[in-house]
Design a protein around this ligand. Structure first.
Ligand SMILES: Nc1nc2c(ncn2[C@@H]2O[C@H](COP(=O)(O)OP(=O)(O)OP(=O)(O)O)[C@@H](O)[C@H]2O)c(=O)[nH]1
Ligand SMILES: [Mg+2]
Length: 444
């Protein structure tokens, strides 16, 4: 996500390191480089101009803090300005007073509307809302079925009928009222290009359901063109915000960094992958930190809290302390970690991760193999790996579709983990508190 921009900022800030004082020439040079970096990231030219002026003004201006080095100070200013152009406040739905509230999704073909519908429904259900998904895309034959499948995965009911899109939308809201669901999420049809038909359909739907939130779903790769798309949709729909999707791809950042400033529309949610949990409320401050390579611990902690089982963690911790951590516990930990989403996403959020690791292809298949190997062991073997002799190794390899060499590798790595844990617990308090994430096979 925004890798090029991150790298550019990294390079710019490196040059400031160790400088005791910034001259006007230094500030000019930094401003020029930031300008280029933003233009390269396809940020709207007006936004770039304002951004760079602001940075210059603040960097040479009165805001000199003693506690920060000049380099840190520039980073802080850039960070603050990024937060500001990203919209400042954390994204959330506007909502309304009537029940059910209606969230209408619109956008170009393939932008991610149907995926977002299911992700948003799941997200709202986690907040305690009761959602009804309404499939009002009757354009594409498979669209209703797609939403049904996703809805099932999200555990959210889906309503549709073979009438016409506007009728489906109205009937959907009725159905939600009847079922006592308090939020309707409405998926609509996309078009390759904005056309009169689509806008007419959206306008009639708008009049029929009077959405509390009308969200434009935008592919982050759209770049600056996003601004035009947003303005065109806004002419018909009373848009309340934007959902930016595919931020996991190599989007350059232009759309995210231009939208609020040019259109006034806040980015409310972000899609970061194909899976249903790759979705989050948009936090401008966290996004700015991520762009500047400062990591995103808050999102990570939130995800960990969401998927972490505190009781299980306490049991594991006690076991580690007593030196009784087995492969069974290890398997349990892998399950917990998997709930947090793709490992690559987790790594991206950690501050200070070297670029090599951010770019590394973490082999989820390898992790799957490790899991299969452990699952092919008997409970007794998982508790005491010393039982695993040659013939047992062959059986485990056959059971997991791997080779005895691969089984051996897992056993060897696990022995290393156990040894490390013993040292940690012997060595005092360090490493005992909170979540335990030992060096796992698959990461070596
Ligand atoms: N990597 C990634 N893929 C995504 C994301 N959101 C959606 N996709 C993928 O993008 C493709 C299109 O998503 P859909 O949700 O079907 O898009 P849509 O806007 O409903 O498309 P139409 O209904 O045809 O207009 C699918 O393959 C999704 O899996 C995301 O955040 N990241
Ligand atoms: Mg769709």
């Amino acid at each position: 996500m925004f890798d090029t921009l991150s790298d550019r900022f990294d390079g710019i800030f490196k040059k400031l390191r160790g400088k005791g004082k910034l001259s006007d020439a230094d500030v000019d040079a930094v401003a020029r480089e930031i300008r280029l970096a933003l233009l390269e990231a396809d940020v709207h030219v007006g936004v770039v101009k304002r951004f760079v002026n602001e940075i210059k003004e603040r960097a040479v201006g009165e805001e000199v803090t003693k506690s920060l080095s000049p380099g840190q100070q520039v980073i802080k200013i850039v960070h603050d300005e990024l937060v500001s152009i990203l919209g400042g406040a954390t994204g959330k739905l506007k909502g309304g007073s009537a029940t059910p509230t209606v969230v209408m999704l619109a956008g170009l073909q393939g932008s991610g509307k149907t995926t977002v519908a299911a992700k948003l429904a799941r997200h709202l259900e986690k907040e305690g809302k009761r959602v009804l998904l309404v499939a009002a895309d009757l354009q594409r034959p498979a669209a209703v079925e797609q939403l049904r499948v996703l809805g099932e995965r999200a555990g959210v009911p889906v309503f549709s009928e073979a009438t016409d899109p506007v009728a489906v939308a109205s009937a959907g809201v009725e159905e939600a009222r009847r079922l006592g669901r308090n939020v309707v999420v409405l998926d609509t049809a996309g078009r390759i290009q904005i056309d009169a038909d689509l806008m007419d359909e959206l306008a009639r739907m708008r009049d029929a359901v009077k959405p509390d939130d009308a969200l434009l779903v935008l592919d982050a790769m759209t770049g600056q063109e996003a601004v035009n798309v947003a303005e065109t949709f806004a002419a018909t729909l009373p848009l309340t915000g934007v959902v930016l999707t595919k931020l996991d791809g190599d989007a350059r950042g232009g759309a995210a960094l231009s939208l609020k400033e040019v259109t006034g529309l806040p980015i409310v949610f972000a899609g970061t992958g194909e899976k249903l949990d790759a979705f989050e409320a948009f936090h401008p401050d966290r996004m700015a930190s991520r762009i500047l390579g400062m990591g995103d611990m808050l999102t990570l902690i939130e995800k960990a809290e969401e998927s972490f089982d505190a009781d299980q963690a306490a049991i594991t911790e006690a076991k580690i302390r007593k030196g009784e951590f087995t492969l069974e516990d290890f398997l349990e930990q892998m399950q917990q970690m998997k709930k947090m989403g793709p490992i690559q996403n987790i790594i991206e959020m950690l501050p200070g991760m070297p670029k090599e690791l951010r770019d590394a292809d973490i082999d989820e298949g390898e992790l799957g193999r490790v899991e299969a190997i452990i699952r092919s062991m008997t409970p007794a073997e998982r508790r005491d790996t010393h039982l695993i002799n040659g013939s047992r190794r062959a059986r485990i390899a056959a059971g997991s579709g791997t080779t005895t060499t691969q089984v051996n590798a897992v056993l060897k790595q696990f022995a290393g983990v156990q040894k490390m844990m013993k040292q940690l617990t012997k060595g005092g308090k360090k490493g005992r508190r909170g979540m335990q994430m030992p060096g796992m096979p698959g990461f070596s």
